[in-house]
Design a protein around this ligand. Structure first.
Ligand code: FAD
Ligand code: SF4
Length: 336
């Protein structure tokens, strides 16, 4: 039994002040990740500050036409919200592709963004892991790497970020709203999670004590959106690979062409991977299996697979082609 203290936060400012002032304190959202880690010995906070009952549990419309998602909105409530389903279906699809009904009922928006990697060596305290214990080494490099990164990894860590929700938010150009001791700051979701580099222990750019209060979604979002997840089981499994795509096709002047493509990949990197090379390749292109394949290949030129995960390269390519074909009405039988 490892003792720890528990406090229920009364308001966001005092929650931030308490955690900022205590180096071994952590916020508690739904607890579905943090409590597991405490049981495994991966996390050992001395103080938990429960923020799950703060009044941050609403989805509200912003003056500019966007939406604000409070940090304690539960994943199941967010997936079912009529405005999310209507305006941001890629997000509803991604949420419903994650975990199970019971877990989604507990999991919060802030906690989901900050869930930690599922790398089995990270979760096993007998194994070397630079993320859990900086400088101890990386057991995955000589181990089983089916679930690990093909993009943006370092010699220090090859883990992937496990969230489905965050991949959709990356494609939606979401912004994370954060409250710290020095006040509020806004961080584009694409810059919120980090690549491992030489500091794999840092998953995000957050400082200790900073509280996620909301995630904002922009108004001007094309309506052709989809999330597709490839996994070992049909449910209750993390992504081997996933693709979130948001696309606009303009057919006003004759031949249809892609005027806006926002694509993010999951299961391939230490962060939701915004596929900017693919997006550039698609810009102005006519929708076709050939142009989708070219876009995927432009992105995957930078892939560097490990011993067990070379299969992710064709898997990303084929999933991206299939999602884009669905969204643009390209004949499915033409997809290889
Ligand atoms: C069996 C299983 C299967 C799963 N499958 C999937 C899946 O397929 N796809 C998927 O995406 N996820 C999956 N998950 C993960 C699940 O989505 C996460 O555990 C959940 O989203 C975490 O949210 P939480 O509110 O419970 O976070 P918590 O466990 O409460 O917190 C997680 C971390 O976030 C911090 N934190 C929480 N809220 C805030 C905040 N507002 N500001 C700052 N810090 C905060 C905590 O201190 C902690 O470090 C699975 C989990 C399990 C157990
Ligand atoms: S891949 Fe990263 S999380 Fe996994 S063992 Fe190596 S350092 Fe740890």
């Amino acid at each position: 039994m490892i003792p720890f203290d528990y406090q229920r936060a009364d308001d966001a400012d005092s929650a931030v002040a308490t955690v900022t002032g205590h180096p071994q304190a952590q916020f508690l959202g739904g607890g579905t990740n943090l409590v597991d880690h405490m049981k495994l010995g991966v996390a050992d906070p001395e103080l938990l500050v429960d923020i799950s009952r703060l009044p941050l549990d609403e989805v509200t419309e912003l003056d500019d036409g966007g939406l604000r998602i409070g940090a304690t909105v539960r994943n199941s409530d967010l997936a079912a919200h009529p405005l999310i389903r209507r305006r941001y279906p890629v997000l509803a699809e991604a949420l419903l592709a994650g975990a199970s009904g019971q877990l989604r009922n507990m999991a919060t928006t802030g906690g989901n963004l900050l869930q930690r990697t599922r790398c089995v060596y990270f979760q096993d305290v007998t194994m070397a892991c630079n993320k859990r214990e900086p400088g101890s080494g990386c057991a995955a490099l000589e181990g089983y790497t089916r679930y690990h990164a093909i993009l943006g990894a370092s010699d220090g860590c090859v883990a992937v970020h496990p969230s489905d929700m965050a991949v959709a938010m990356a494609a939606l150009d979401a912004t994370v709203v954060v409250l710290g001791a020095a006040g509020e700051r806004r961080i584009p979701l694409a810059e919120f999670h980090r690549l491992p580099g030489s500091e794999p222990q840092r998953d995000t750019v957050l400082e200790h004590g900073e509280l996620i209060t909301a995630v904002d979604l922009p108004a001007s979002t094309p309506r052709r959106q989809a999330y597709r997840k490839v996994r070992d089981r049909a449910s209750y499994a993390f992504a081997l690979v996933s693709v979130a795509a948001v696309v606009k096709v303009d057919a006003a002047e004759g031949e249809p062409c892609i005027t806006d493509a926002r694509i993010a990949l999951g299961g391939v990197a230490h962060k939701p991977w915004r596929a900017s090379r693919a997006e550039e390749t698609l810009s102005g292109a006519a929708p076709s299996v050939e142009s989708f394949r070219r876009a995927a290949e432009a992105e995957l030129e930078q892939a560097d697979p490990l011993g067990d995960n070379g299969f992710k390269i064709p898997m990303v390519r084929n999933t991206m082609v299939a999602v884009l074909a669905d969204l643009t009405g390209v004949e499915p039988e033409a997809v290889a």
